[in-house]
Write a protein that binds this ligand. Structure first.
Ligand SMILES: [Zn+2]
Length: 309
């Protein structure tokens, strides 16, 4: 059965707290299982969630600050320890290749797993993945940083009862899909008459950035947006200086971009009570809001309602 959900491994920026592990997120997108920004402690957090190293198909790193990548050595070695049989792709900012090389070979280990190392070389780079296209956009932070979004193309779903009403079966269905219409007993049947549109879903992942155009481009019409909100509005000046977002900014981005479900995370260790993030975001965003918590799962919302053909 297909499953699309976010598994939250950790929600702490910079330094972990008693309640919050360093960053770490897994996106299950049917057969594509992507680990984003594995911070320290990722291996053990994975263990708690039931996601195994063998489940992973891809790793995406936004940038090489420790809270987003110190879990790479453990995770990469675990792929070999568990004899993961498939190639695992790894994406990260090309400018940080030296950091990646060090993390990958941080200690001695018996390497058996195969990594497909595919750095992000430019803003807007696109990678075809199972279930859509992964796109990287350059964010505004103190070092080279990319946010990611996964876009599934729109499709259509055939309606068996309509097909059978027209007597269309077997290879004729494929032809109708391909050509867009089919002549049956002297009457032209169009694809729209026997199908409904199936809107593609979108996931966006925005970490460590000041507000910039790329944030909006990534968030545009996301069904699920995971976005950093390191600070509260009371620290707006500090956020801008450090290249980070406030909860209010993140919530306004979500509203202006037509986001359906907003997940706030990457909280500064200065805050212990996260209800303040919910209160602040609520003032700017009326959709589904989640203040991320370690070791929880956030389902991707059901598809937008399909329009009848
Ligand atoms: Zn960070």
């Amino acid at each position: 059965m297909s499953m699309r959900e976010l598994v939250v491994l950790g929600t702490a920026s910079q330094a972990p707290t008693r309640q919050r592990n360093h960053n770490g997120y897994v996106l299950r997108w049917d057969d594509e299982v992507i680990l984003f920004d594995p911070g320290e402690g990722t291996q053990r957090q994975l263990l708690h969630t039931g996601v195994t190293a063998t489940d992973l198909t891809r790793i995406c790193v936004t940038h090489f600050h420790g809270d987003h990548c110190l879990g790479l050595p453990g995770t990469i070695q675990r792929l070999s320890l568990d004899r993961v049989p498939h190639r695992v792709a790894v994406h990260f900012p090309a400018g940080g290749a030296e950091y990646f090389a060090r993390l990958r070979h941080a200690t001695s280990f018996h390497e058996t797993a195969e990594l497909a190392v595919e750095p992000i070389e430019a803003d807007g780079q696109r990678i075809t993945v199972r279930g859509g296209t992964l796109e990287a956009r350059r964010l505004r932070h103190s070092i080279e940083t990319y946010g990611y979004r996964l876009v599934e193309p729109d499709g259509c779903r055939m309606l068996p009862e309509r097909l059978s009403a027209y007597g269309i079966a077997g290879p004729a269905v494929g032809e109708l899909l391909r050509v867009g219409h089919l002549d049956v007993d002297g009457r032209r049947v169009t694809r729209d008459e026997v199908s409904v549109s199936r809107p593609g879903q979108r996931f966006a992942f925005v970490m460590d950035t000041a507000l910039c155009d790329a944030v909006y481009a990534l968030a545009e019409h996301a069904d699920l947006l995971v976005i950093e909100s390191t600070f509260l509005e009371s620290e707006t000046a500090l956020a801008a200086e450090a290249g980070h977002l406030t909860a209010a900014q993140a919530a306004r981005v979500a509203t202006e971009s037509g986001v359906r479900k907003l997940v706030l995370t990457h909280f500064s260790q200065r805050y212990s009570d996260l209800r303040r993030f919910a209160d602040e975001a609520r003032r700017h965003f009326g959709g589904d809001l989640v203040i991320a918590e370690d070791l929880t799962t956030v389902p991707v919302p059901p598809r937008r309602v399909a329009s009848a053909g």
